[in-house]
Design a protein around this ligand. Structure first.
Ligand SMILES: C[S@@+](CC[C@H](N)C(=O)[O-])C[C@H]1O[C@@H](n2cnc3c(N)ncnc32)[C@H](O)[C@@H]1O
Length: 257
């Protein structure tokens, strides 16, 4: 077992509002690895509340894409609850792919459907084409291909705690990519801290934004209205729901038109 203070994992859900994990998370230190499986305490903390909000969407979904799967804990948790849904995990950091594979193997051995994780740098169009191809092959395999050739095939695209811990171009690219791979009527869901109309929801979120930018000037808490504009103008997706989550986070749902 190893533990590290270098892990690039930040649970913004625990970073605000007097949460006892606040200081700890600012150090981005909650990281444990057992063999190939990485464990992010943050993902463990927020996976339950995220699943609660995803349930109505997962009940109707067959094929789900996760962008920035991290350790693989989220996909594992969601698949545990929805064994018949096929999940396609992805990750930018290829060093995390073995961890995602190991979490998936446990469930796939007992009949769940988590596909081999794909490398996805959201800014690379060739990676999105691979994601699309994988989804379309899945649909052909199961004989449930309702997508038109070259068109979106995923029912749901989700991403958690990615927008603020990557450059703005990554947020834009994820939204554009989601618009490309989602079916008409499918949903894109993002979890994390957001500003509303340029305003921080709390002083601690402003401090968190400062800390993020101190670590990397291209990171930072994004503005929901700017995200909404990209979704509408560049991805054909309309904001359908904003859910207040614990510790000043949000879950935002967009519907592909
Ligand atoms: C804090 S981790 C979140 C991991 C996981 N979603 C979770 O909540 O535990 C930040 C994530 O940002 C993602 N990320 C950073 N740059 C990216 C890029 N260019 N394309 C796609 N994802 C990126 C990484 O994949 C990384 O997993």
């Amino acid at each position: 077992m190893t533990s590290s203070s270098q892990a690039n994992n930040q649970d913004s859900s625990a970073s605000t509002g007097g949460n006892p994990d606040f200081k700890h998370n600012l150090n981005m230190s909650e990281f444990v690895q057992v063999d190939r499986k990485v464990f992010f305490a943050a993902a463990e903390r927020n996976k339950g509340v995220i699943l609660d909000q995803l349930k109505p969407y997962l009940e109707k979904a067959r094929l789900v894409l996760e962008v920035g799967s991290g350790s693989g804990q989220h996909t594992h948790h969601f698949s545990e609850a929805f064994p018949n849904v096929t999940f396609q995990p992805t990750e930018y950091d290829v060093n995390l792919l073995p961890s995602i594979e190991d979490y998936s193997r446990d469930l796939n051995q007992v009949g769940h459907h988590i596909k081999t994780p794909l490398e996805l740098d959201a800014t690379k169009q060739e990676h999105w084409l691979q994601v699309l191809k994988s989804g379309q092959e899945e649909q052909q395999k199961t004989g449930k291909d309702t997508s038109e050739e070259g068109k979106g095939c995923y029912d749901l695209v989700m991403t958690t705690n990615v927008f603020h811990i990557s450059p703005w171009i990554v947020s834009q690219s994820i939204i554009q990519g989601a618009g490309q791979v989602l079916k008409k009527g499918g949903f894109f869901v993002a979890y994390g801290p957001f500003k509303r109309n340029g305003v921080f929801s709390t002083e601690t979120n402003r401090e968190f934004d400062n800390t993020l930018r101190g670590r990397n000037p291209s990171w930072g808490v994004r503005d929901l209205e700017e995200i909404e504009a990209v979704a509408k103008n560049e991805a054909g997706m309309i904001l359908s729901r904003v859910v207040d989550m614990p510790s000043n986070n949000y879950m935002v749902f967009f519907e592909k038109q």
